[in-house]
Design a protein around this ligand. Structure first.
Ligand SMILES: C[S@@+](CC[C@H](N)C(=O)[O-])C[C@H]1O[C@@H](n2cnc3c(N)ncnc32)[C@H](O)[C@@H]1O
Length: 502
């Protein structure tokens, strides 16, 4: 074993130093110093015992100098941005005082028909609607409607609910969950007919996804294709509800799980009910919830409108919305297309990998965006917010310094992310009535060793487009995937269309 002062040990330290705050994995270091991984790992262990290096998460190592990002001169931390936000925008970061805001919707009527891991809680939306006095006659908009949490609650409050959502399975969920007029008896009978037809037909064709046979047992594949092919392909409300129930049982019938990203477990789901039984239970819950809705003496408000489309080009009527509530994708966050590719393929919304790529290009930018889509955003000039003039070059420098990183255009992805939000904010502003508000749940990020205050930037973009910033309130802490010790946050940003604005 080489001592820490010896050749390889020194090389490992230099290589790690070059990766700065981002750090490097054993594999990356081994390739940089051109030695086997086990040798490099042994050196790292020894350097760690001497207090010179440490692991920060996701298999990443850094020099101890980079242990605390806060103390580094080249690191602008959350506190410094909060201070600048107060000085430049006149708003002090507050604390969200609502009830427990992120409880799962999995056991709630209607919401449980297709709960979204990425969604916020129904309770949070109820609280926001109530705080803003939204009730009968009001119009509520969610530009990134997801599984429809906002829209369902808006309808239950007897308001008009409008939503746009690009991801077809989520748009389907929003549409079905807000169609309270669906007849539970007809749904029950249609489900029984599907199960009868499915029991008598042979297995059908598998979707195009290459991993399908690995991800499902043969028996599950046969039953799932039978069920899928027994549902009426026409987009009638009953067939859509059955499709949603079918979509909901896909992951539970497979060796996959969402936590929150799609993961594979070779031993997963060898037991438990088969797809037919799962489908029966999923439809049973819908029937039960629809029956409960009918028993309530509540008068329903107007039917919801859910459009499957790109919110960046949506055309909501001017001055028509009282309250917009949403949670957009987060900077460099979830790749929705990757995470919902099974649903997209099985439900027939994507028929090829080219379809998945096209959808990813239209979603708000995420880390898996193809390079062809970031070309126009490589420049760090003419940015949507002056803070990005510091943030993007810092990300670029850190990545260049490290040499190897997942992609060398991370700063361009971040640039495009904020550029994608601008048209949505601008269209929501136009759609709001004077005095109408836009309430947004959004998080901050740590990317390539650089802090990105996504919540404050969202608020500032809104301000630059003529909305006033009412508040930015921290709702809960989040863990950074990049650095376990670094605390991120999720905030509630409230913007308002000024009453005097045109
Ligand atoms: C955080 S999720 C919203 C979750 C939602 N609040 C709920 O409770 O279900 C963000 C959503 O934005 C959608 N999205 C991303 N880019 C979009 C775009 N350009 N137009 C419309 N929707 C988009 C994603 O598909 C995803 O469903």
């Amino acid at each position: 074993m080489e001592s820490p002062g010896s050749g390889l040990s020194a090389q490992v330290r230099v290589a790690l130093g070059e990766t700065g705050a981002i750090g490097a994995t054993v594999r990356q270091l081994a390739s940089r110093v051109d030695r086997p991984m086990d040798r490099v790992e042994a050196i790292l262990d020894e350097l760690r015992d001497r207090g010179e290096v440490l692991r920060i998460g996701r298999g990443l190592w850094v020099l101890r100098d980079y242990e605390s990002l806060h103390e580094r001169e080249d690191f602008a931390d959350p506190g410094s941005y909060a201070e600048r936000f107060r000085e430049e925008n006149g708003v002090v970061l507050g604390r969200w005082s609502g009830p427990v805001t992120f409880r799962s919707n999995e056991s709630l009527p209607i919401h449980r028909w297709w709960p979204y891991v990425q969604g916020y809680s129904a309770e949070f939306v109820q609280d926001v609607l109530e705080a803003h006095g939204v009730g009968p006659g009001a119009t509520v908009l969610d530009p990134f409607a997801g599984s429809g949490t906002t829209l369902v609650e808006a309808r239950l409050a007897r308001s008009r609910a409008w939503g746009t959502e690009l991801l077809a399975p989520a748009a389907l969920a929003s549409r079905v969950k807000t169609f309270f007029e669906l007849d539970p008896r007809r749904l029950e009978r249609a489900a029984e007919a599907v199960l009868r037809r499915a029991a008598h037909r042979g297995p059908g064709a598998l979707p195009f996804l290459r991993e399908t046979r690995r991800q499902f047992s043969t028996a599950a594949l046969e039953d799932l294709t039978r069920l899928r092919d027994s549902i009426d392909p026409e987009p009638t409300p009953i067939a859509d509800a059955l499709r949603l129930a079918f979509g909901r049982i896909l992951i539970p019938s497979s060796r996959l799980h969402r936590s929150p990203c799609l993961g594979y477990d070779p031993r997963g789901r060898s037991e438990g009910p088969g797809p037919f039984e799962r489908f029966r239970v999923a439809v049973g819950q819908m029937v039960e919830d629809l029956r409960a809705l009918r028993r309530e003496p509540r008068r329903l408000g107007p039917r919801a409108s859910v459009e499957q489309r790109d919110a960046r080009t949506a055309d909501w009527p001017a001055e028509s919305v009282d309250l917009a509530v949403t949670s957009p994708p987060y900077v460099n966050g979830m790749d929705y297309v990757m995470n919902y590719k099974v649903d997209l393929a099985w439900l027939g919304y994507a028929r090829s990998y080219a379809d998945l790529r096209a959808l990813r290009r239209a979603e708000v930018a995420c880390d898996n965006l193809p390079r062809t889509e970031t070309h126009a955003y490589l420049s760090t000039q003419d940015l949507p917010d002056p803070w990005l003039e510091e943030i993007l070059p810092r990300i670029r420098e850190n990545v260049l310094r490290k040499g190897t990183y997942r992609r060398d255009d991370v700063h361009a992805v971040v640039h495009r992310y904020f550029a994608d939000l601008v048209p949505v904010l601008s269209r929501v502003r136009r759609a709001l009535r004077p005095g109408g508000r836009f309430v947004v749940v959004v998080g901050d990020s740590l990317l390539a060793g650089t802090y990105v205050p996504g919540d404050l930037l969202f608020a500032r973009l809104g301000a630059s487009l003529g909305l006033s910033i009412v508040s930015v309130e921290v709702a809960r802490p989040r863990r950074s995937g990049q650095r376990r010790s670094f605390e991120l946050r999720e905030s509630v940003v409230t913007l308002e269309r000024p009453r005097s604005a045109s």
